[in-house]
Write a protein that binds this ligand. Structure first.
Ligand SMILES: [Zn+2]
Length: 299
């Protein structure tokens, strides 16, 4: 009986001092929510500002997001202007730790090699990728690097669980390395093939798998397709075999479907992030389903 009472008392003390409280995390996109959960397990409580059917370039800084960011101890986003239209407004309401340089500030693009960096700084064409391509999560090697960074920042924010984060990250890294090897072998037939994309949201996936991009249906990232640009792409697509016209669940379908009807190239929706298809329930399933979809059209 005495033991039971002491257990109850010590757990009450732990609760009152917040010893078991999970770290509150604000993720801008589902991929970062998923990766943070993989590293943090039950020691993190994660909110994602967007879901797979929302274009992360354009969401509204609604009051529920302000409430969530005010509570957050760690912010995990893509950066490189992907969230430029809405995150700065939210950040004004967040703690000092979440501001650039703070222990709770993590932008994925700060920790990996960014593709498609512009040679001139000119946004007159409405480019939404002024600092290069921010959609970095579809190269699985990037997730190892960003996962390591998440681990390091969680260890600083919650030093009591330092060993837990180290162990969970080590497990993630080991399992991920095995999965990457498997995907690379599986996707080998796709190497050297060519696709058309709606927006440049899949560049890291295509670069990783050695798939060429003939064109984007958007003349410039963020600008809707124009008739003259679509006609140029149509002409170019007749000169070589094209595997598929790829878009995400949130891209408008009209340009892809028009191109598909003119060319007989299949129009394919890839999940893009966790939750983007019924099968894509976590990051590993996202890559499994994406590669499966590409192979289905590549044979
Ligand atoms: Zn983009």
């Amino acid at each position: 009986m005495r033991i039971n009472i002491s257990i109850i008392i010590s757990s009450l003390i732990a609760a009152s001092f917040g010893v078991q409280a999970a770290v509150s995390v604000f993720a801008c996109e589902p991929e970062w929510a998923s990766l943070t959960k993989a590293i943090g397990g039950t020691h993190v409580r994660v909110v994602s500002a967007t879901h797979a059917r929302q274009n992360p370039h354009y969401i509204r800084a609604r009051p529920s997001l302000i409430a969530a960011i005010r509570r957050a101890e760690l912010l995990v986003c893509s950066g490189a202007s992907l969230e430029a239209g809405w995150l700065p407004v939210l950040l004004k309401r967040a703690s000092s730790e979440l501001q650039p340089g703070g222990v709770g500030y993590l932008m994925a693009t700060d920790h990996v090699a960014v593709l498609e960096t512009p040679t001139t700084v000119d946004r007159s064409m409405g480019d939404v990728h002024p600092e290069g391509n921010p959609h970095v999560h579809l190269n699985p090697n990037n997730l190892i690097q960003i996962g390591r960074r998440i681990k390091e920042q969680l260890q600083k924010i919650d030093p009591d669980n330092k060993a837990v984060y180290a162990k969970r990250y080590a497990d993630f890294e080991r399992q991920w390395a095995v999965a990457i090897q498997r995907w690379t072998v599986q996707a080998a037939p796709l190497r050297g093939q060519t696709v058309i994309v709606h927006h440049k949201s899949l560049s890291y996936l295509l670069d990783w798998l050695g798939i060429n991009t003939l064109a984007s249906l958007e003349p410039v990232p963020g600008l809707p397709p124009t008739a003259s640009h679509l006609n140029t792409v149509l002409k170019d697509s007749s000169r070589q075999p094209v595997l598929a016209i790829l878009r995400t669940p949130y891209d408008p379908s009209d340009a892809s479907e028009w191109m598909a009807s003119k060319t007989r190239i299949p129009s394919v929706v890839v999940p893009y992030t966790v939750g983007g298809s019924d099968q894509s329930t976590d990051l590993k399933a996202l890559f499994n389903h994406t590669i499966e979809l590409l192979l289905m059209h590549g044979s």
